[in-house]
Design a protein around this ligand. Structure first.
Ligand SMILES: NC(=O)c1ccc[n+]([C@@H]2O[C@H](COP(=O)([O-])OP(=O)(O)OC[C@H]3O[C@@H](n4cnc5c(N)ncnc54)[C@H](O)[C@@H]3O)[C@@H](O)[C@H]2O)c1
Ligand SMILES: O=P(O)(O)OC[C@H](O)CO
Length: 340
């Protein structure tokens, strides 16, 4: 791997990545490409941090990805974030508030970069909004795009968008992450980028169900396309810019997640099609962010009177116990209407 240029007389910039699952580990590895950065990766469990530091690999989550010696792995949160210019938050939604409460207790003036994709159940908040509740002064950004962690870990090319209302922060993160196999664009549409990343998971659940039922590529393409229409409808309603949903963090990620056998949301949809239940998925600790997100979406859409039939169908399977075959059939039987 070619390293980014760095003037040896400049002191290194410290950054931290919180969450040593698949995505946090890969983001940390991408950041180590920039020789001007000192990267610390925080794992919640001491035994996980110790194994990664010793073996230079996160075998349970990203087998085969070598972690360079320059990547410091720790389970001490204070040590991880000390002096960090930016903290990349890559814990799944179920751990977000717990981690933010601990960060708040530590104080600090780092920028926060949300790397997770979802909407909070109960509040319908984007993750950067949840972060701002705890650290209102922190500059905020979100990183999103078609980024299946295990592909990036293999060095395969990918691209992403970093969005912030603060252009300088987006440029800074872009400069840190951009490299020959990972092309990073900037955006000022924080809402649109976060909404696209959250909502594509809901459509991926539907695509997984369709694949699980063997309904074919025409059916899946229809779900992706009509799913995108729902993403645009809700995303624009929430304040995102329409064009963002046709970019990497919208359509790009939607296509990757709905097509990939490596997507956990797609896999969750396939398992539901095979007759597994919400309880089965929860018991297996699969990180499928579309599951809490679809509930948040359907509750909100009902409140404000938005029609989102695919999201509703996914919700009905997961939370109402309806058969996937039946709800996908009901989508087909809806009243005839113009496409646009
Ligand atoms: N895996 C990907 O390809 C990918 C790519 C882009 C974005 N994301 C997003 O990144 C987020 C994290 O996903 P992931 O794939 O890394 O998940 P993962 O299942 O691989 O790992 C989750 C990690 O979070 C830890 N964790 C769980 N609860 C926690 C808590 N309360 N506090 C701290 N840590 C906790 C787990 O121990 C584990 O290390 C999700 O929102 C996901 O949508 C994932
Ligand atoms: O495995 P998933 O379904 O969480 O998808 C991972 C990434 O979000 C794809 O960009």
């Amino acid at each position: 791997m070619v390293s980014a240029h760095h003037d040896a007389s400049t002191p290194p910039t410290r950054v931290a990545v919180l969450g040593a699952g698949a995505w946090g580990t890969v983001v940390a590895r991408l950041l180590t490409h920039h020789v001007g950065l000192r990267v610390r990766l925080w794992a919640r469990r001491p035994e996980a941090a110790e194994a990664m530091a010793r073996l230079r690999e996160n075998a349970p989550y990203v087998p085969g990805l070598r972690l360079p010696e320059s990547l410091h792995v720790t389970s001490d949160l204070a040590e991880a974030v000390r002096g960090a210019e930016a903290v990349f938050v890559a814990v799944p939604s179920r751990g977000l508030r717990e981690v933010m409460a601990r960060l708040k207790a530590l104080g600090g003036s780092s920028a926060l970069v949300s790397c997770a994709k979802g909407l909070e159940l109960g509040t319908f908040k984007r993750f950067s909004e949840v972060m701002a509740e705890y650290l209102p002064e922190a500059p905020l950004a979100a990183l999103s795009g078609p980024n299946l962690a295990l592909e990036i870990a293999r060095g395969l090319p990918a691209s992403a968008t970093v969005a912030s209302l603060e252009g300088a922060l987006a440029l800074r993160v872009q400069g840190w992450l951009n490299q020959p196999t990972f092309r990073v664009y900037t955006s000022g549409d924080l809402i649109g980028v976060e909404m696209g990343g959250a909502l594509k998971n809901v459509v991926a659940l539907a695509a997984g169900m369709s694949d699980g039922l063997g309904l074919g590529d025409n059916a899946k393409a229809s779900l992706i396309t009509r799913g995108l229409a729902e993403i645009v409808r809700l995303g624009v309603h929430m304040g995102g810019e329409e064009k963002t949903f046709y970019g990497l963090s919208g359509l790009g990620d939607l296509v990757a997640t709905c097509s990939s056998r490596g997507s956990r949301n797609h896999l969750a949809g396939e398992r539901l099609a095979r007759g597994e239940t919400l309880q089965d998925l929860e018991a297996s600790r699969l990180t499928a962010e579309g599951i809490p997100t679809v509930r948040a979406v359907v509750v909100y859409a009902q409140e404000v009177g938005l029609e989102l039939p695919i999201a509703r169908a996914v919700y009905d399977v997961i939370y109402e116990g309806k058969a996937p075959q039946r709800v996908l059939g009901e989508l087909m039987a809806r009243g005839a209407k113009p496409e646009h």
